[in-house]
Each structure stands twice: as structure tokens, then as C-alpha cells.
Design a protein around this ligand. Structure first.
Ligand SMILES: [Zn+2]
Length: 353
């Protein structure tokens, strides 16, 4: 079946992009939290393939190559710079094979290459900026060679770093999705406002601009609304599925006040004790509906997302996906069901169960 490009799909409607593979791979036992390096591409390729397949089953239109943090600086931190290129190429190959692995009557998924925050960007140090540019350049080069359909530059908390990412993506001539991730001060780390950063990215030629990660629906939506008023290009929204608050807008400083008796040994709930702070799936559905109504056409969920969240997003915009087959069927529950075989003496016990 013919495969449409990203911009063609956005012209015609919405695309769904599953993300948040760091957390999902960690939960499945294939990645170390905190360090967050996607070595599983090389060490456990079948585990990575399964993650992609499960999100595809839940309705993702895009298989984003899991190269997040697979950049030169992170490889230096873990002392494995020599695996950088093979990790990138292998992750891209796995993404591509999953993207093409759809039934013959279905359109293949899109493959996204991925670059992200390098954490060495220093607004006062030209050398660091040169280094960042070359890190982007090499990763984009591998993505192009491995057949990516477009490139995502994401999770930037420095505006200028996002601009450089965009510049490098544009050199590849592939469509560019740029999403920013301001920290809890609600401004980019280099002092540029969230709105101005998005406006500037649009001016500089990004095809899609928006926000991803760090913030849950509650603290991302207000900014999405403001950005929507200021940019004409396509917009992206990929929050984390956690209940961030005005006082604690990101998951980095999110307290667990919900009867927590055993705090995380790291002095914060991030990243290993966020579980009680999860949004439920209906909150994710509400978010997706609201974003969709605002004409945000590139939708997904970031760190913390499980396939059920992507199914919620897909169904919120009116789709039925393979995973819809296993959507809740409360009518057959042994206490709370309405099925006429459920015995009265059991169902009447529901409020005391
Ligand atoms: Zn994320």
C-alpha cells in the first residue's frame, strides 16, 4: 500500500506518535533508570522490537527510532563511545522493520529519526555549541542513510539548542518536528519565553512545533493554548502521563503527598517512584480530545506512557485500533458487570468489596 509522508498525513488529519521508551524499557527490565541509555537496541533488539510492536498495536502511526540519549556525550558518560554509530543504526533499522511490518492492506508506519537535548549546551561557550552541532549532524546523517521519513528534535530546554537542532535537520531536507520542554520556571533556560521559542522555530522553518515530556497534561495544556494562537504551522503535544501541578510543573520536582510511607532513596519521586502520581487513562483521553479540538495534529504521550495511553489517544480522536479489541468490558465483570448471568447476591456486594 502507498505510504504517505508526514506532511501529507498532517494535511489530511492527525498523526499519533508513541514515545517515552526510556520509561517503558525500564519498566520491562531492559534499561537502567537515571542513566537512561537505550543500549537495548544492541543488547536486546527483540525487546526493543516488542516495545515498538506494542505501541503500533495500540495505534501509533510512527515508529520513532529509539536513539534518545543515544548521542556522543551520553556514550562518553558511560564510557562506550565506540558503540555510538552501531547503536544508532541498529535502532533505526529496528524502527524501520517494525514500521513496514503491517498487514498488506494497511499503510506502513512512518519512521522518525530522533535527536534531543545534549545537556552540554552552554550559551556562553562557543565550543560546546560546535560540539552539539556536530552531535546532531552525525545522528541526522545516520537517520537519513537508514531511511528515516522525518526527524524529531525534542526535549530541548535551551531555545538556542533547539534552533541549532532545527538548522541541522533542515540540511537533510526531511520534515522537521521540533518540540521543547521548558523546566519548572516556565521559561527556556536561556531566558526566552516558551511562546517566543515556538514562534521562532516556525519562522526558521520547522514543519511542526510544540511541546513534549517533563510536563503532564495539566501544566502543558495552558502553554499549548497560547502557542496555538501564535503559530500557523502544525503543532505537536506529547505530555507525560503524570499529575503535574502549577506549583510543581514538571515531574522532576513532583512530590508524593498521597500517603507515601516509603520515599524513593533518591530524595525525589523522579524517576523511580512516580507511580502513584499517574494520570488515569480517562485524563489522557480528555487531554487528547482537548488538544485535538485545538487542531493539534501531532499527538502522543512521552515518558511514562504505556500502550494503553496511546490507545486512549487513538480512540479519543475517533479511531479504532487493533488494541481496541481489548478495551474494557465492564459488563462482564464478576461484581460490577451488567451481564444477566452475574448473580444478584454477588453484584449487591459491590460497595463493600
Ligand atoms: Zn519523555
Amino acid at each position: 500500500m502507498k505510504k504517505r509522508g508526514l506532511l501529507e498525513r498532517l494535511d489530511q488529519g492527525t498523526v499519533i506518535c508513541a514515545e517515552g521508551f526510556l520509561f517503558e524499557a525500564e519498566r520491562r527490565g531492559y534499561l537502567a533508570s537515571g542513566e537512561f541509555v537505550p543500549e537495548l537496541a544492541l543488547e536486546r533488539p527483540e525487546a526493543l522490537r516488542n516495545i515498538h510492536k506494542d505501541f503500533q498495536h495500540a495505534g501509533s502511526d510512527i515508529v520513532e527510532a529509539f536513539t534518545y540519549n543515544g548521542h556522543r556525550e551520553k556514550m562518553r558518560i558511560i564510557g562506550k563511545e565506540e558503540i555510538l554509530e552501531s547503536l544508532n543504526r541498529t535502532a533505526l533499522k529496528i524502527a524501520k522493520s517494525v514500521a513496514n511490518d503491517v498487514p498488506p492492506d494497511q499503510e506502513p508506519n512512518l519512521v522518525a529519526g530522533n535527536i534531543s537535548n545534549t545537556n552540554i549546551w552552554d550559551p556562553t561557550d562557543k565550543n560546546s555549541q560546535k560540539e552539539v552541532r556536530s552531535m546532531f549532524e552525525e545522528m541526522i546523517g545516520w537517520a537519513v542513510e537508514e531511511g528515516a521519513d522525518f526527524i524529531v528534535g525534542e526535549t530541548f530546554y535551551y531555545a538556542e539548542e533547539a534552533y541549532i537542532a532545527l538548522e541541522e535537520i533542515k540540511k537533510s531536507s526531511l520534515p522537521a518536528v521540533l518540540t521543547i520542554s521548558p523546566m519548572g520556571e516556565n521559561i527556556m533556560r536561556d531566558g526566552i519565553s516558551i511562546i517566543d521559542t515556538c514562534k521562532e522555530l516556525e519562522q526558521r522553518g520547522a514543519d511542526v512545533v510544540g511541546m513534549n515530556c517533563f510536563r503532564g497534561p495539566n501544566t502543558m495544556l495552558p502553554y499549548l493554548k497560547k502557542i496555538r494562537k501564535e503559530v500557523k504551522c502544525y503543532m505537536a503535544a506529547l505530555p507525560i502521563p503524570y499529575r503535574t501541578t502549577q506549583r510543581q510543573p514538571t515531574f522532576f520536582n513532583l512530590d508524593d503527598n498521597n500517603g507515601c510511607t516509603c520515599p524513593s532513596p533518591h530524595g525525589r519521586t523522579f524517576p523511580t517512584a512516580l507511580d502513584p502520581l499517574y494520570c488515569n487513562r480517562y485524563e489522557i483521553r480528555t487531554f487528547a480530545k482537548e488538544a485535538h479540538e485545538m487542531n493539534i495534529r501531532y499527538l502522543g504521550i512521552c515518558c511514562g506512557a504505556a500502550p494503553i495511553h496511546i490507545r486512549e489517544v487513538a480512540e479519543a480522536i475517533g479511531r479504532t485500533v487493533p488494541a481496541s479489541r481489548y478495551k474494557e468490558k465492564m459488563e462482564n465483570h464478576f461484581i460490577y458487570g451488567t451481564n444477566k448471568r452475574i448473580k444478584k447476591h454477588i453484584s449487591s456486594y459491590g460497595n463493600k468489596a
